[in-house]
Design a protein around this ligand. Sequence first.
Ligand code: FAD
Length: 458
Amino acid sequence: MPAKIAIVGAGITGLSAAYTLEKLGEDDITIFESSRRLGGKVYTNHIKEFLVEEGPDCFFTRKEGALSLIHEIGLESELVAPKTKEFGLFTSGKLHRVPGGLVTFTHLTPNAINDATFLSPEGKARALAEADQMPGQEDDESIESFFTRRFGPEFYRLAAEPLLAGTHGGDGGSLSMRALYPGYFRLERSYGSLTAGMQETKASHPKGISGSAVVVDPSLPVQSPPHSSFLTFSGGMGTLVEGIAAQFKHTKVRLNSPISDANALSDLEQEYDRVLVAVPANAAVWLLPEFRYLLEQIRHKSSAIVTFSVNRKHILSEMNLTGFLIPKHEQGALSGATWSSEKWSHRAPAGQVLMRAFLAIDEEQMNQADDEHLARLASDAIRQIITVSGPMNPLLVTRWNQALPQYKVGHLDLLDSLRNDLRSRPKIFLAGTSYGGIGVPDCLRQGKEAAYTMLDLK
Ligand SMILES: Cc1cc2nc3c(=O)[nH]c(=O)nc-3n(C[C@H](O)[C@H](O)[C@H](O)COP(=O)(O)OP(=O)(O)OC[C@H]3O[C@@H](n4cnc5c(N)ncnc54)[C@H](O)[C@@H]3O)c2cc1C
Protein backbone atom coordinates (compact mmCIF):
# COMPACT_ATOMS: atom_id res chain seq x y z
CA MET A 1 0.00 0.00 0.00
CA PRO A 2 1.42 3.45 -0.90
CA ALA A 3 2.78 5.35 2.06
CA LYS A 4 2.58 8.99 3.05
CA ILE A 5 6.20 10.14 3.20
CA ALA A 6 7.89 13.30 4.48
CA ILE A 7 11.48 14.25 3.68
CA VAL A 8 13.23 16.90 5.75
CA GLY A 9 15.89 18.65 3.67
CA ALA A 10 16.05 19.23 -0.10
CA GLY A 11 19.78 18.70 -0.46
CA ILE A 12 20.99 16.17 -2.98
CA THR A 13 20.23 13.31 -0.51
CA GLY A 14 16.61 14.32 0.02
CA LEU A 15 16.07 14.90 -3.71
CA SER A 16 17.55 11.52 -4.61
CA ALA A 17 15.29 9.83 -2.03
CA ALA A 18 12.17 11.52 -3.43
CA TYR A 19 13.14 10.64 -6.99
CA THR A 20 13.65 6.96 -6.06
CA LEU A 21 10.43 6.81 -4.05
CA GLU A 22 8.48 8.05 -7.08
CA LYS A 23 10.22 5.47 -9.25
CA LEU A 24 9.11 2.80 -6.79
CA GLY A 25 5.51 3.92 -7.25
CA GLU A 26 5.03 6.26 -4.28
CA ASP A 27 2.83 9.25 -4.99
CA ASP A 28 2.45 11.03 -1.67
CA ILE A 29 5.81 12.61 -0.89
CA THR A 30 6.43 16.02 0.66
CA ILE A 31 9.84 17.64 1.03
CA PHE A 32 10.26 20.29 3.75
CA GLU A 33 13.19 22.58 3.07
CA SER A 34 14.20 25.39 5.40
CA SER A 35 15.85 27.60 2.76
CA ARG A 36 14.33 29.20 -0.30
CA ARG A 37 16.00 26.89 -2.83
CA LEU A 38 16.67 23.25 -3.63
CA GLY A 39 20.08 21.56 -3.61
CA GLY A 40 21.56 22.38 -0.18
CA LYS A 41 25.33 22.59 -0.60
CA VAL A 42 25.08 22.12 -4.34
CA TYR A 43 24.76 25.68 -5.56
CA THR A 44 25.81 27.19 -8.88
CA ASN A 45 25.99 30.95 -8.98
CA HIS A 46 26.35 33.20 -12.04
CA ILE A 47 28.34 36.35 -11.36
CA LYS A 48 29.02 38.70 -14.24
CA GLU A 49 30.07 36.30 -17.01
CA PHE A 50 31.49 33.71 -14.62
CA LEU A 51 30.02 30.41 -13.49
CA VAL A 52 30.87 30.13 -9.80
CA GLU A 53 30.31 26.94 -7.82
CA GLU A 54 29.77 27.81 -4.18
CA GLY A 55 29.83 24.19 -3.03
CA PRO A 56 30.84 21.10 -5.00
CA ASP A 57 32.64 21.81 -8.20
CA CYS A 58 32.52 18.35 -9.77
CA PHE A 59 31.99 14.73 -8.72
CA PHE A 60 34.07 11.58 -8.59
CA THR A 61 32.88 9.17 -11.28
CA ARG A 62 34.45 6.04 -9.80
CA LYS A 63 31.89 5.95 -7.03
CA GLU A 64 28.52 4.34 -7.36
CA GLY A 65 25.52 6.66 -7.29
CA ALA A 66 25.93 9.51 -9.73
CA LEU A 67 26.46 8.30 -13.30
CA SER A 68 23.60 5.81 -13.33
CA LEU A 69 21.16 8.44 -12.07
CA ILE A 70 22.48 11.03 -14.54
CA HIS A 71 21.94 8.52 -17.33
CA GLU A 72 18.40 7.75 -16.15
CA ILE A 73 17.36 11.38 -16.08
CA GLY A 74 18.95 12.13 -19.44
CA LEU A 75 21.66 14.55 -18.37
CA GLU A 76 24.65 12.71 -19.87
CA SER A 77 24.99 15.13 -22.78
CA GLU A 78 25.50 17.98 -20.29
CA LEU A 79 28.53 16.35 -18.68
CA VAL A 80 31.97 17.81 -19.27
CA ALA A 81 35.41 16.42 -18.46
CA PRO A 82 38.23 18.60 -17.14
CA LYS A 83 40.44 20.22 -19.77
CA THR A 84 43.56 19.17 -17.92
CA LYS A 85 43.96 16.84 -14.97
CA GLU A 86 47.35 18.05 -13.80
CA PHE A 87 47.28 19.00 -10.15
CA GLY A 88 49.93 20.66 -8.03
CA LEU A 89 51.43 20.51 -4.56
CA PHE A 90 53.11 23.55 -3.04
CA THR A 91 55.84 22.43 -0.69
CA SER A 92 59.25 23.75 0.38
CA GLY A 93 58.57 26.98 -1.50
CA LYS A 94 57.95 25.28 -4.84
CA LEU A 95 54.98 24.21 -6.92
CA HIS A 96 55.27 20.54 -7.98
CA ARG A 97 53.14 18.55 -10.39
CA VAL A 98 51.43 15.60 -8.67
CA PRO A 99 51.89 12.47 -10.84
CA GLY A 100 48.59 11.24 -12.34
CA GLY A 101 48.39 8.03 -10.26
CA LEU A 102 48.66 10.02 -7.05
CA VAL A 103 46.01 12.67 -7.79
CA THR A 104 43.14 10.30 -7.09
CA PHE A 105 45.30 7.63 -5.41
CA THR A 106 43.85 5.13 -7.85
CA HIS A 107 47.17 4.02 -9.42
CA LEU A 108 49.78 3.97 -6.69
CA THR A 109 52.46 2.51 -8.93
CA PRO A 110 56.25 2.63 -8.44
CA ASN A 111 56.36 5.00 -11.44
CA ALA A 112 53.94 7.42 -9.82
CA ILE A 113 56.02 7.39 -6.61
CA ASN A 114 59.30 7.80 -8.51
CA ASP A 115 57.85 10.70 -10.53
CA ALA A 116 56.84 12.63 -7.39
CA THR A 117 59.44 15.45 -7.40
CA PHE A 118 58.28 16.59 -3.97
CA LEU A 119 59.47 13.35 -2.32
CA SER A 120 63.10 12.98 -1.22
CA PRO A 121 65.07 9.88 -2.34
CA GLU A 122 64.66 8.47 1.20
CA GLY A 123 60.93 9.26 1.16
CA LYS A 124 60.55 7.47 -2.19
CA ALA A 125 62.56 4.45 -1.03
CA ARG A 126 60.37 4.13 2.05
CA ALA A 127 57.16 4.50 0.02
CA LEU A 128 58.38 1.91 -2.50
CA ALA A 129 58.87 -0.55 0.36
CA GLU A 130 55.12 -0.49 1.06
CA ALA A 131 54.64 -4.12 0.07
CA ASP A 132 57.18 -5.22 2.72
CA GLN A 133 55.25 -3.80 5.66
CA MET A 134 53.10 -5.94 7.92
CA PRO A 135 49.35 -5.51 7.45
CA GLY A 136 47.42 -3.75 10.21
CA GLN A 137 45.19 -5.57 12.66
CA GLU A 138 42.84 -2.91 14.06
CA ASP A 139 39.16 -2.62 13.10
CA ASP A 140 39.76 0.96 12.06
CA GLU A 141 42.62 3.45 12.09
CA SER A 142 43.36 7.02 11.10
CA ILE A 143 44.54 8.10 7.65
CA GLU A 144 47.79 9.20 9.28
CA SER A 145 48.36 5.87 10.99
CA PHE A 146 47.55 3.85 7.85
CA PHE A 147 49.72 5.79 5.39
CA THR A 148 52.61 6.38 7.80
CA ARG A 149 52.68 2.69 8.60
CA ARG A 150 52.51 1.61 4.97
CA PHE A 151 54.34 4.32 2.98
CA GLY A 152 56.34 6.18 5.63
CA PRO A 153 55.94 9.58 7.33
CA GLU A 154 57.14 11.72 4.42
CA PHE A 155 54.70 10.19 1.96
CA TYR A 156 51.91 10.70 4.50
CA ARG A 157 52.80 14.36 5.13
CA LEU A 158 53.31 15.34 1.48
CA ALA A 159 50.85 13.11 -0.38
CA ALA A 160 48.23 11.34 1.73
CA GLU A 161 47.62 14.20 4.17
CA PRO A 162 46.88 16.94 1.60
CA LEU A 163 45.18 14.71 -0.97
CA LEU A 164 43.12 12.42 1.26
CA ALA A 165 42.65 14.22 4.60
CA GLY A 166 43.04 17.88 3.55
CA THR A 167 40.28 17.60 0.97
CA HIS A 168 37.92 16.82 3.88
CA GLY A 169 39.12 19.92 5.69
CA GLY A 170 40.18 17.59 8.46
CA ASP A 171 42.94 16.18 10.55
CA GLY A 172 44.42 12.97 9.13
CA GLY A 173 45.36 11.94 12.66
CA SER A 174 41.71 11.41 13.56
CA LEU A 175 39.86 10.77 10.26
CA SER A 176 38.76 7.18 9.75
CA MET A 177 40.31 5.06 7.01
CA ARG A 178 37.52 2.52 7.20
CA ALA A 179 34.73 5.07 6.79
CA LEU A 180 36.40 7.36 4.23
CA TYR A 181 38.57 4.97 2.22
CA PRO A 182 37.13 1.49 2.79
CA GLY A 183 38.49 0.31 -0.57
CA TYR A 184 42.14 0.86 0.47
CA PHE A 185 41.48 -0.38 3.96
CA ARG A 186 40.04 -3.67 2.67
CA LEU A 187 42.75 -4.11 0.03
CA GLU A 188 45.47 -3.96 2.65
CA ARG A 189 43.66 -6.34 4.97
CA SER A 190 42.91 -8.78 2.11
CA TYR A 191 46.21 -8.70 0.18
CA GLY A 192 48.65 -7.70 2.92
CA SER A 193 49.63 -4.56 0.99
CA LEU A 194 47.86 -1.77 -0.81
CA THR A 195 50.07 -1.78 -3.91
CA ALA A 196 49.96 -5.58 -4.14
CA GLY A 197 46.17 -5.46 -3.78
CA MET A 198 45.94 -2.88 -6.55
CA GLN A 199 48.05 -5.05 -8.84
CA GLU A 200 46.02 -8.18 -8.07
CA THR A 201 42.69 -6.55 -8.69
CA LYS A 202 43.79 -4.62 -11.78
CA ALA A 203 42.40 -7.26 -14.13
CA SER A 204 38.92 -7.10 -12.66
CA HIS A 205 39.03 -3.30 -12.23
CA PRO A 206 40.90 -2.00 -15.27
CA LYS A 207 39.96 1.59 -14.46
CA GLY A 208 41.75 1.37 -11.13
CA ILE A 209 40.74 0.96 -7.55
CA SER A 210 38.97 3.74 -5.81
CA GLY A 211 39.72 4.08 -2.14
CA SER A 212 36.16 5.03 -1.49
CA ALA A 213 34.01 2.32 -2.90
CA VAL A 214 33.02 0.45 -6.02
CA VAL A 215 34.93 1.42 -9.14
CA VAL A 216 32.68 0.45 -11.99
CA ASP A 217 28.96 0.87 -11.69
CA PRO A 218 27.54 -2.28 -13.36
CA SER A 219 24.27 -0.56 -14.23
CA LEU A 220 26.02 1.86 -16.56
CA PRO A 221 25.45 1.50 -20.27
CA VAL A 222 28.49 0.76 -22.39
CA GLN A 223 27.93 4.04 -24.23
CA SER A 224 28.94 6.19 -21.30
CA PRO A 225 29.87 9.84 -20.74
CA PRO A 226 33.31 11.39 -21.17
CA HIS A 227 35.93 9.24 -19.48
CA SER A 228 37.41 11.00 -16.51
CA SER A 229 37.66 10.42 -12.78
CA PHE A 230 35.93 13.76 -12.27
CA LEU A 231 33.08 15.29 -14.24
CA THR A 232 30.83 18.30 -13.96
CA PHE A 233 27.96 19.82 -15.95
CA SER A 234 28.36 22.49 -18.59
CA GLY A 235 25.72 24.55 -16.77
CA GLY A 236 27.24 23.86 -13.35
CA MET A 237 26.43 21.34 -10.63
CA GLY A 238 23.04 23.04 -10.20
CA THR A 239 22.02 21.19 -13.39
CA LEU A 240 21.85 18.00 -11.34
CA VAL A 241 19.51 19.59 -8.80
CA GLU A 242 17.23 20.99 -11.51
CA GLY A 243 17.39 17.72 -13.45
CA ILE A 244 16.22 15.62 -10.49
CA ALA A 245 13.51 18.10 -9.51
CA ALA A 246 12.25 18.16 -13.13
CA GLN A 247 11.43 14.44 -12.77
CA PHE A 248 9.02 14.99 -9.88
CA LYS A 249 5.40 14.29 -10.74
CA HIS A 250 3.98 13.64 -7.29
CA THR A 251 6.51 15.18 -4.93
CA LYS A 252 5.38 18.38 -3.24
CA VAL A 253 8.25 20.70 -2.37
CA ARG A 254 7.75 23.16 0.50
CA LEU A 255 10.51 25.77 0.48
CA ASN A 256 11.03 28.16 3.43
CA SER A 257 9.57 25.41 5.62
CA PRO A 258 12.02 24.47 8.37
CA ILE A 259 11.23 21.60 10.69
CA SER A 260 12.57 23.59 13.54
CA ASP A 261 12.56 21.35 16.60
CA ALA A 262 11.76 17.98 18.13
CA ASN A 263 8.05 18.85 18.44
CA ALA A 264 7.80 19.74 14.76
CA LEU A 265 9.41 16.41 13.88
CA SER A 266 7.00 14.56 16.19
CA ASP A 267 4.10 16.28 14.39
CA LEU A 268 5.42 14.95 11.07
CA GLU A 269 5.76 11.53 12.63
CA GLN A 270 2.07 11.66 13.55
CA GLU A 271 0.94 12.80 10.14
CA TYR A 272 3.19 10.68 7.90
CA ASP A 273 3.92 6.96 7.66
CA ARG A 274 7.67 7.54 7.16
CA VAL A 275 9.92 10.53 7.74
CA LEU A 276 13.39 10.79 6.20
CA VAL A 277 15.62 13.27 8.03
CA ALA A 278 18.03 14.18 5.21
CA VAL A 279 19.86 16.99 7.00
CA PRO A 280 23.40 16.93 8.40
CA ALA A 281 23.88 15.54 11.93
CA ASN A 282 24.42 19.02 13.39
CA ALA A 283 20.90 19.99 12.19
CA ALA A 284 19.37 16.59 13.00
CA VAL A 285 20.46 16.95 16.63
CA TRP A 286 17.78 19.63 17.18
CA LEU A 287 15.11 17.32 15.82
CA LEU A 288 16.24 14.19 17.63
CA PRO A 289 17.62 15.42 20.97
CA GLU A 290 17.43 11.96 22.54
CA PHE A 291 20.24 10.90 20.16
CA ARG A 292 22.36 13.94 20.91
CA TYR A 293 25.07 11.82 22.55
CA LEU A 294 25.63 10.06 19.21
CA LEU A 295 24.85 12.82 16.70
CA GLU A 296 27.16 15.30 18.44
CA GLN A 297 30.09 12.94 18.02
CA ILE A 298 29.91 13.60 14.28
CA ARG A 299 31.71 16.92 14.13
CA HIS A 300 31.68 19.34 11.19
CA LYS A 301 34.37 21.78 10.13
CA SER A 302 33.94 25.17 8.54
CA SER A 303 35.54 26.48 5.40
CA ALA A 304 35.89 29.83 3.64
CA ILE A 305 36.33 30.11 -0.11
CA VAL A 306 37.24 33.26 -2.01
CA THR A 307 36.56 33.28 -5.74
CA PHE A 308 38.56 35.70 -7.90
CA SER A 309 38.63 36.75 -11.51
CA VAL A 310 42.02 37.67 -12.93
CA ASN A 311 42.93 38.93 -16.35
CA ARG A 312 44.91 36.13 -17.98
CA LYS A 313 47.62 38.49 -19.20
CA HIS A 314 48.41 39.38 -15.57
CA ILE A 315 49.28 35.80 -14.63
CA LEU A 316 52.95 35.46 -15.35
CA SER A 317 53.39 31.96 -13.92
CA GLU A 318 52.76 28.87 -15.97
CA MET A 319 49.07 27.89 -15.87
CA ASN A 320 49.27 24.21 -16.79
CA LEU A 321 47.77 22.95 -13.51
CA THR A 322 44.16 22.84 -12.33
CA GLY A 323 45.25 24.04 -8.92
CA PHE A 324 47.34 23.04 -5.93
CA LEU A 325 47.16 21.91 -2.32
CA ILE A 326 49.49 22.82 0.53
CA PRO A 327 50.43 20.17 3.13
CA LYS A 328 49.01 21.02 6.55
CA HIS A 329 52.39 21.55 8.25
CA GLU A 330 53.32 24.23 5.67
CA GLN A 331 49.99 26.09 5.51
CA GLY A 332 49.72 29.77 6.30
CA ALA A 333 46.37 31.37 5.46
CA LEU A 334 45.76 29.10 2.49
CA SER A 335 45.15 25.35 2.21
CA GLY A 336 44.96 25.32 -1.58
CA ALA A 337 43.45 26.86 -4.68
CA THR A 338 41.97 25.77 -7.99
CA TRP A 339 42.15 27.55 -11.30
CA SER A 340 38.54 26.66 -12.08
CA SER A 341 38.65 27.97 -15.63
CA GLU A 342 41.81 26.01 -16.44
CA LYS A 343 40.03 22.87 -15.37
CA TRP A 344 36.63 23.74 -16.87
CA SER A 345 36.94 26.24 -19.72
CA HIS A 346 33.24 27.16 -19.77
CA ARG A 347 33.47 28.90 -16.40
CA ALA A 348 35.12 32.16 -17.44
CA PRO A 349 34.90 34.46 -20.47
CA ALA A 350 37.85 34.54 -22.89
CA GLY A 351 40.91 36.25 -21.52
CA GLN A 352 39.90 35.75 -17.88
CA VAL A 353 40.89 33.19 -15.26
CA LEU A 354 38.55 32.09 -12.46
CA MET A 355 40.38 31.15 -9.25
CA ARG A 356 38.98 29.58 -6.12
CA ALA A 357 41.09 29.97 -2.97
CA PHE A 358 40.48 27.81 0.11
CA LEU A 359 41.42 29.52 3.35
CA ALA A 360 43.06 27.59 6.19
CA ILE A 361 41.63 29.70 9.00
CA ASP A 362 39.57 28.74 12.02
CA GLU A 363 35.85 29.25 12.28
CA GLU A 364 36.06 32.23 14.61
CA GLN A 365 38.39 34.13 12.29
CA MET A 366 36.21 33.22 9.31
CA ASN A 367 33.08 34.64 10.92
CA GLN A 368 34.70 37.72 12.44
CA ALA A 369 36.65 38.92 9.42
CA ASP A 370 34.79 40.86 6.72
CA ASP A 371 34.81 39.82 3.07
CA GLU A 372 37.45 42.36 2.18
CA HIS A 373 39.84 41.03 4.80
CA LEU A 374 39.36 37.40 3.73
CA ALA A 375 39.85 38.33 0.07
CA ARG A 376 43.09 40.16 0.92
CA LEU A 377 44.32 37.22 2.98
CA ALA A 378 43.67 34.87 0.04
CA SER A 379 45.15 37.09 -2.66
CA ASP A 380 48.29 37.82 -0.61
CA ALA A 381 48.81 34.09 -0.07
CA ILE A 382 48.28 33.26 -3.76
CA ARG A 383 50.70 35.97 -4.85
CA GLN A 384 53.38 34.24 -2.80
CA ILE A 385 52.93 31.14 -4.93
CA ILE A 386 52.28 32.45 -8.43
CA THR A 387 53.21 35.75 -10.04
CA VAL A 388 50.21 37.97 -10.70
CA SER A 389 51.12 41.38 -12.11
CA GLY A 390 47.64 42.96 -11.96
CA PRO A 391 44.55 43.00 -9.72
CA MET A 392 42.87 39.88 -8.38
CA ASN A 393 39.18 40.83 -8.34
CA PRO A 394 37.14 39.11 -5.63
CA LEU A 395 33.83 37.92 -7.08
CA LEU A 396 32.51 36.13 -4.03
CA VAL A 397 33.41 35.13 -0.47
CA THR A 398 31.58 31.98 0.66
CA ARG A 399 31.53 30.98 4.34
CA TRP A 400 30.55 27.38 4.87
CA ASN A 401 29.79 27.13 8.57
CA GLN A 402 30.09 23.64 10.05
CA ALA A 403 29.59 22.12 6.61
CA LEU A 404 32.37 19.54 6.25
CA PRO A 405 31.60 16.32 8.16
CA GLN A 406 34.50 14.68 9.96
CA TYR A 407 34.27 10.89 9.99
CA LYS A 408 36.49 10.07 12.93
CA VAL A 409 38.03 6.66 13.66
CA GLY A 410 35.13 4.46 14.81
CA HIS A 411 32.57 6.33 12.64
CA LEU A 412 31.05 3.11 11.30
CA ASP A 413 30.54 1.74 14.84
CA LEU A 414 28.90 5.02 15.74
CA LEU A 415 26.51 4.59 12.79
CA ASP A 416 25.67 1.07 14.00
CA SER A 417 24.78 2.46 17.43
CA LEU A 418 22.70 5.20 15.83
CA ARG A 419 20.85 2.72 13.63
CA ASN A 420 20.25 0.50 16.61
CA ASP A 421 18.97 3.29 18.85
CA LEU A 422 16.78 4.68 16.08
CA ARG A 423 14.69 1.52 16.31
CA SER A 424 12.84 3.28 19.11
CA ARG A 425 11.49 5.68 16.43
CA PRO A 426 10.54 3.22 13.65
CA LYS A 427 9.04 5.87 11.38
CA ILE A 428 12.22 7.97 11.35
CA PHE A 429 15.13 7.40 8.93
CA LEU A 430 18.44 9.26 8.61
CA ALA A 431 20.62 9.75 5.53
CA GLY A 432 23.08 12.20 4.07
CA THR A 433 26.51 13.73 4.15
CA SER A 434 27.17 13.21 7.88
CA TYR A 435 26.61 9.47 7.79
CA GLY A 436 27.34 7.12 4.90
CA GLY A 437 29.61 9.11 2.57
CA ILE A 438 30.44 12.74 1.93
CA GLY A 439 30.63 13.38 -1.81
CA VAL A 440 27.74 14.03 -4.17
CA PRO A 441 27.67 10.41 -5.48
CA ASP A 442 27.62 9.12 -1.87
CA CYS A 443 24.67 11.35 -1.04
CA LEU A 444 22.76 10.33 -4.17
CA ARG A 445 23.37 6.67 -3.26
CA GLN A 446 22.29 7.21 0.33
CA GLY A 447 19.07 8.92 -0.80
CA LYS A 448 18.32 5.94 -3.04
CA GLU A 449 19.13 3.41 -0.33
CA ALA A 450 17.01 5.31 2.19
CA ALA A 451 14.03 5.11 -0.20
CA TYR A 452 14.37 1.32 -0.38
CA THR A 453 14.83 1.00 3.38
CA MET A 454 11.79 3.17 4.10
CA LEU A 455 9.67 0.89 1.93
CA ASP A 456 11.26 -2.17 3.50
CA LEU A 457 12.67 -3.23 0.13
CA LYS A 458 16.15 -4.60 -0.49
C1 FAD B 1 32.62 23.76 0.15
C2 FAD B 1 32.22 22.37 -0.24
C3 FAD B 1 32.77 21.79 -1.36
C4 FAD B 1 32.41 20.50 -1.73
N1 FAD B 1 32.95 19.96 -2.85
C5 FAD B 1 32.54 18.76 -3.29
C6 FAD B 1 32.96 18.29 -4.56
O1 FAD B 1 33.68 18.95 -5.30
N2 FAD B 1 32.48 17.07 -4.97
C7 FAD B 1 31.63 16.32 -4.20
O2 FAD B 1 31.23 15.23 -4.62
N3 FAD B 1 31.19 16.78 -3.00
C8 FAD B 1 31.63 17.97 -2.54
N4 FAD B 1 31.15 18.47 -1.36
C9 FAD B 1 30.24 17.64 -0.54
C10 FAD B 1 28.78 17.67 -1.03
O3 FAD B 1 28.48 18.91 -1.61
C11 FAD B 1 27.82 17.45 0.12
O4 FAD B 1 28.21 16.37 0.92
C12 FAD B 1 26.39 17.16 -0.33
O5 FAD B 1 25.97 18.17 -1.24
C13 FAD B 1 25.50 17.09 0.89
O6 FAD B 1 24.18 16.81 0.51
P1 FAD B 1 23.05 16.51 1.61
O7 FAD B 1 21.77 16.51 0.90
O8 FAD B 1 23.39 15.30 2.40
O9 FAD B 1 23.14 17.73 2.65
P2 FAD B 1 22.90 19.29 2.42
O10 FAD B 1 23.37 19.71 1.09
O11 FAD B 1 23.46 19.93 3.62
O12 FAD B 1 21.32 19.43 2.40
C14 FAD B 1 20.54 19.47 3.57
C15 FAD B 1 19.35 20.37 3.30
O13 FAD B 1 18.54 20.37 4.47
C16 FAD B 1 18.09 21.67 4.73
N5 FAD B 1 17.77 21.72 6.17
C17 FAD B 1 18.65 21.73 7.22
N6 FAD B 1 17.98 21.73 8.39
C18 FAD B 1 16.66 21.71 8.07
C19 FAD B 1 15.46 21.68 8.85
N7 FAD B 1 15.50 21.69 10.20
N8 FAD B 1 14.27 21.67 8.21
C20 FAD B 1 14.22 21.66 6.83
N9 FAD B 1 15.32 21.69 6.06
C21 FAD B 1 16.53 21.70 6.66
C22 FAD B 1 19.24 22.55 4.30
O14 FAD B 1 18.83 23.87 4.03
C23 FAD B 1 19.73 21.83 3.05
O15 FAD B 1 19.07 22.28 1.90
C24 FAD B 1 31.48 19.76 -0.96
C25 FAD B 1 30.92 20.35 0.18
C26 FAD B 1 31.27 21.64 0.54
C27 FAD B 1 30.64 22.26 1.74
